[in-house]
Design a protein around this ligand. Structure first.
Ligand code: GSF
Length: 204
């Protein structure tokens, strides 16, 4: 299998961490989707990464679908509970972490594609509110627990770690580490895992 992606995408990182934790190999094909030369649309009509290319030639997206699929490929270290409320709880953590990133991306796009005078403060504030409320909710939900969900490492921790790592990279001015020490501690612990180290985004 191959993964099309970039080294800075938090969604690509999530999938790469899932693969590393499951001990499943996939070649990373680097692609900058914002570059004129990108061929991503050949594989994903939404022109987004990550996109998983399977050995039979099929393509799969998005990161949530890929993560779920990879978890079924091997019984090693189950990352998503099989059914019911447990499964939904882990997937909700993922939705929250992904949603924080999505809001942050919208802020970056507004600032990249619009000149300062054209930018909507209302829109930027709305998106940043999601980031702040999302962080607050993650902190409250984690509390003093070692892991996001139940008593074990899961896709919830991977998703949280990727969101926090991306905020650290793209919004270094946010002071979530001092505001939410429990998130900072958990992030530091996660960052020491081999899967996180191998996929750490390069400094910009
Ligand atoms: C989001 C992927 C995404 O936004 C998923 O895979 O979970 N829900 C999807 N990818 C970005 C790169 S990044 O910022 O992580 C992307 O490919 N954007 C290109 C575009 O046209 O929006």
């Amino acid at each position: 299998m191959k993964i099309i992606g970039s080294l800075t995408s938090p969604f690509v990182r999530k999938v790469r961490i899932v693969m590393a934790e499951k001990k499943i190999d996939a070649e990373l094909i680097l692609d900058n989707v914002w570059d004129a030369e990108t061929s991503i649309a050949q594989f994903n009509p939404l022109s987004k990464v990550p996109c998983l290319l399977m050995d039979d030639g099929g393509a799969m997206f998005d990161s949530r679908v890929i993560a779920e699929y990879i978890d079924t490929l091997s019984p090693v270290g189950k990352l998503i509970p099989a059914t019911g409320r447990e499964r939904a709880a882990v997937k909700t953590w993922e939705a929250l972490a992904d949603g924080i990133i999505d809001a942050g991306i919208l802020v970056r796009l507004e600032k990249t594609f619009r000149s300062e005078g054209e930018q909507s403060t209302k829109w930027l504030d709305r998106q940043m509110q999601k980031v702040h409320k999302g962080l607050e909710t993650m902190s409250n939900s984690l509390g003093n627990s070692k892991w996001c969900h139940a008593n074990q490492f899961s896709l919830a921790d991977i998703s949280l770690g990727c969101a926090l790592g991306w905020l650290e990279l793209r919004f270094p001015e946010l002071n979530w580490k001092t505001q939410y020490p429990n998130l900072a501690t958990h992030f530091e612990e996660l960052s020491n895992r081999a899967s996180f180290k191998q996929t750490a985004p390069p400094a910009q």
